[in-house]
Design a protein around this ligand. Structure first.
Ligand code: NAD
Length: 337
């Protein structure tokens, strides 16, 4: 008998419980043994337990092999609680947010031939959340450190080498944000010297946004700061078929969680019609992180096969299947255990 992987599952808010349920169902057909432990975080947890990220949730994640995370909701504006996702990244020191983007069969997209990865620094920048209101002004502090920049740069180059990528592009705005972006840019350029086998170049964030819209095939691996990475990744999701198909991994040296890049889509909650592809592709990244590379590839192929057939797909992809229909179709492709 093989290992049983203990997976903490943050079911989350909105469509979260539905897409995590779908993913657990499909994962059960991949030929591995899992113990799924559901844990609370986000608005639901806040309303029920008075805490958007209960200690028990953090402890369970730390005691698990990995965490699958449904989207969590954070009310906007002053006086509201801090995002459970951002807090979790900081507590677990998950400094690398890896967001791969490529075309999937059967999914209509603005561009073909896209195959890029955004590596987003995940613990610093403006998302550090250091903000003040002084009189009629609101101020935010952008934190960029040498240590933070160095470790994300190394992570990006190591990933590029491992995945046989050709080029890493640092995206910044150092012509205006001279201290913060200047430090980030310079540290990444220093790290690049240790990777002569990989091409290195740089782009201002505004130019990068346009290049992604016009000619994303030029881009291989991007490494960038927290807020820029967040914005550019929704844009990139948009050109390969939308938020419903864009996965991510949040990785540190000891822990990791895997989530769709989209949010809780409250309008879809309770309808069981949301697209589970993004979180299922995140689960495929989770399998590879666990060392189950073949199972991860088989899981992704089964998802792609159902997408290519185009029969059992959700409304955002032009079909009328429900969330669980898609998951069952993927499970069927994986075959009986
Ligand atoms: P969103 O990603 O939830 O929704 C944006 C649009 O995409 C909506 O039209 C939505 O219906 C659609 N959409 C998203 N995922 C979909 C799916 N799987 N299938 C079909 N359609 C889908 O973004 P938002 O509306 O800006 O945010 C809603 C909430 O989500 C906010 O409270 C925000 O804080 C939270 N959020 C959480 C995370 C996270 O947990 N990592 C990330 C982003 C936003």
């Amino acid at each position: 008998m093989g290992k049983t992987y203990k997976i903490a599952v943050i079911t989350g808010d909105g469509i979260g419980p539905e897409i995590t349920e779908a993913t657990m169902l499909a994962l059960d057909s991949v030929g591995l043994d899992f113990e799924f432990v559901k844990v609370a975080a986000g608005l639901n947890a806040w309303e029920k337990l008075g805490n958007q990220l209960p200690q028990e949730t953090v402890d369970t994640i730390k005691a698990s092999d990995a965490c699958l995370k449904g989207p969590t909701q954070t009310p906007p504006g002053p006086g509201s609680f801090k995002s459970a996702t951002v807090t979790l990244r900081q507590i677990l020191d998950l400094y690398a947010n890896v967001r791969p983007f490529k075309n999937h069969p059967g999914v209509p997209s603005v561009h073909r031939g896209v195959d890029m990865i955004i590596v987003r620094e995940n613990t610093e920048g403006l998302y550090k959340g250091i903000e003040y209101t002084v009189g009629d002004s609101a101020l935010g502090i952008r934190v960029i450190t040498r240590r933070g920049s160095e470790r994300i740069a190394k992570f990006a180059f190591e990933l590029a080498r491992r995945e046989k990528r050709k080029k890493v592009t640092v995206v910044h705005k150092a012509n205006v944000l001279k201290e913060t972006c200047g430090l980030f840019r310079n540290v990444v350029a220093e790290v690049a010297k240790g990777y002569p086998d990989i091409l290195f170049d740089e782009m201002h964030v505004d130019a990068a946004a346009m290049r992604i819209a016009m000619k994303p095939q030029d881009i291989d691996v991007i490494v960038t700061t927290n807020l820029f990475g967040d914005v550019l990744s929704d844009e990139t999701a948009g050109i390969v078929g939308g938020l419903g198909i864009a996965p991510s991994a949040n990785v540190g040296d000891s822990f990791a969680f895997f989530e769709a890049i989209h949010g809780s889509a409250p309008k879809h909650a309770g309808k069981w019609d949301a697209n589970p592809v993004a979180i299922m592709l995140s689960a495929s990244m989770m399998l590879k992180y666990l060392g189950e590379v073949n199972a991860g590839s088989r899981f992704e192929s089964a998802i792609d096969t159902v997408l290519a057939e185009g029969i059992t797909v959700t409304r955002d992809l032009g079909g009328n299947a429900g969330t669980m229909d898609f998951a069952k179709a993927v499970a069927e492709k994986l075959g009986p255990r």
